[in-house]
Design a protein around this ligand. Structure first.
Ligand code: NAP
Length: 343
C-alpha cells in the first residue's frame, strides 16, 4: 500500500521496476480508470519534445510512417511517451474528462488544459493509432487518455491563442522563466542564447531583455535563421555558427557572456556553451540533448569557473510568463508561428 505522498508522485502507477518514480520507470500502468486522487484527460494532441522528435525522425530517415509506428510502439510498451534514446517526452493537451474527489489540482470536468509535466512520466493510452498524424511534425493529433497525479501540474488553455501555439509555447515555458530568474538573481548583463531562432531560444532572449539584460547575442546555425532572428529584433547581435563546434561558438560569441542558455535540439553543445561563458558566469542547459558528463568534465577540463544549471522545466509562474512574452512580443510570434503546425 502506497502512502499519500508516494501516490501523489504516481509511484502506484509504476509497473516496472516497482518502487521507482514514474519518470525512471520502464513501464507505467496507463489504465484509464482513475483513483480518488487522480485526474483523467481526454487527449487531443501531443507535443513531442524537439530533441525526441529529431532523434526519431533521423533514426527513421524522415519516414513519417516509421516514426508514427515507433511512437505507437513506445506508448504501447511503456505506458508513456518517453523516447528511450533521449529519455525525454514532451507534453499534451486535452479536455478534463474525470476528476477524482481527492484530487488537489483544482481542475474541473470539461476544462481544456495542457499538462505541464513531461510525457516521460505521464500514463498515456492511445486509442486512434495516431491515424491523423503524418509522423513529420512535433505536434501529434491523438485520441486517448492521460492520467495526472496529485503532484502533477496543468495549465488551463488560454482562449485567445490557437491551441497549437499555446501547446508549443507551454512546452518550452521553463526556458524563459529560468533565464529571467538567473538574470534577476545574478545581475547578468550579457546573455548568449544557442539555438536562438527556435521556440525556447527566442522566448529566452525576450525573457532576458525583460529581466534587464542589455547585451543579447543570438547564435543560430545558418543565414536564413540569422535573417529571421534579425528581423525579429530580439538580439543585439546575431551570429552564425554550429553550436556543436566549440571553437566556432567561442569565436562567434566573442567576449564571453555572463549567461549562456543552450536551446538547441541536438547533442554536443556543452563545450561551446562553456567556452562562450565568462568566468563566474552561468550556463543554463535547457536542451534535452545535453550530456551531464560532457558538461561537467568539459568545464573541468577547461578550468572554467562557471555555474551550470540543468534546465528544470518547472519554475513557478513559468506558463503565464511564456504566454505573456508570446502575446506581447511580435518578434517572438514571428519566430514561433512558422514552427507550429496548424498555425
Ligand atoms: P526548436 O524550436 O526546434 O529550436 C531548436 C533550435 O536549435 C532550432 O533553431 C535549430 O535550428 C537550432 N539548432 C539545431 N542544431 C543546431 C546547431 N548545430 N547549431 C546551431 N543551432 C542549431 O526546439 P525547442 O522546442 O526550442 O527545444 C529546444 C530544446 O529544449 C530541445 O532539446 C528540447 O528537447 C528541450 N526542451 C527542454 C525542456 C525542459 O524542460 N528542460 C522542455 C521542452 C524542451 P533548425 O531549426 O535549423 O534545426
Amino acid at each position: 500500500m502506497r502512502t499519500a505522498a508516494e501516490r501523489a508522485l504516481g509511484v502506484h502507477r509504476v509497473l516496472d521496476p516497482p518502487g521507482v518514480l514514474p519518470q525512471a520507470a520502464q513501464r507505467l500502468d496507463a489504465d484509464p480508470a482513475i483513483a480518488l486522487d487522480e485526474v483523467r484527460i481526454a487527449v487531443e494532441r501531443l507535443n513531442l519534445d524537439a530533441a525526441s522528435f529529431r532523434q526519431l525522425s533521423e533514426a527513421h530517415g524522415g519516414d513519417g510512417d516509421a516514426v508514427r509506428a515507433a511512437v505507437l510502439e513506445i506508448v504501447r510498451t511503456r505506458g508513456k511517451m518517453q523516447n528511450p534514446v533521449t529519455g525525454s517526452g514532451g507534453m499534451l493537451m486535452g479536455v478534463v474528462d474525470a476528476v477524482g474527489p481527492e484530487s488537489p489540482l483544482g481542475l474541473v470536468v470539461d476544462q481544456r488544459v495542457a499538462t505541464l509535466v513531461s510525457l516521460s512520466l505521464t500514463p498515456l493510452w492511445i486509442t486512434d493509432g495516431l491515424d491523423r498524424w503524418d509522423g513529420r511534425s512535433e505536434q501529434v493529433p491523438a485520441h486517448g487518455t492521460a492520467i495526472l497525479f496529485a503532484r502533477s501540474i496543468a495549465a488551463v488553455l488560454p482562449d485567445d491563442l490557437p491551441d497549437a501555439v499555446a501547446l508549443a509555447v507551454l512546452d518550452v515555458c521553463g526556458a524563459p522563466a529560468l533565464t529571467a530568474r538567473v538574470v534577476e538573481r545574478t545581475g547578468a548583463r550579457s546573455v548568449a542564447v544557442l539555438g536562438a531562432a527556435g521556440k525556447s531560444g527566442c522566448l529566452s532572449l525576450a525573457a532576458a531583455a525583460a529581466a534587464g539584460a542589455q547585451d543579447l547575442t543570438g547564435l543560430v546555425r545558418n543565414e536564413s535563421e540569422a535573417a529571421a532572428l534579425r528581423a525579429a529584433g530580439l538580439a543585439d547581435r546575431v551570429v552564425v555558427a554550429d553550436a556543436t563546434d566549440p571553437l566556432a561558438v567561442a569565436a562567434a560569441v566573442g567576449t564571453p557572456a555572463d549567461l549562456t542558455v543552450v536551446c538547441v535540439d541536438v547533442p554536443g553543445a556543452e563545450h561551446g556553451a562553456v567556452l562562450a561563458t565568462a568566468d563566474g558566469g552561468t550556463v543554463v542547459f535547457f536542451s534535452m540533448a545535453t550530456s551531464f558528463p560532457a558538461a561537467a568534465l568539459g568545464a573541468e577540463g577547461m578550468a572554467a569557473d562557471v555555474t551550470m544549471l540543468v534546465g528544470n522545466g518547472y519554475t513557478p509562474g513559468h506558463a503565464a510568463l511564456a504566454l505573456d512574452l508570446y502575446r506581447s512580443n511580435p518578434g517572438v510570434r514571428a519566430l514561433v508561428d512558422p514552427r507550429v503546425t496548424g498555425c
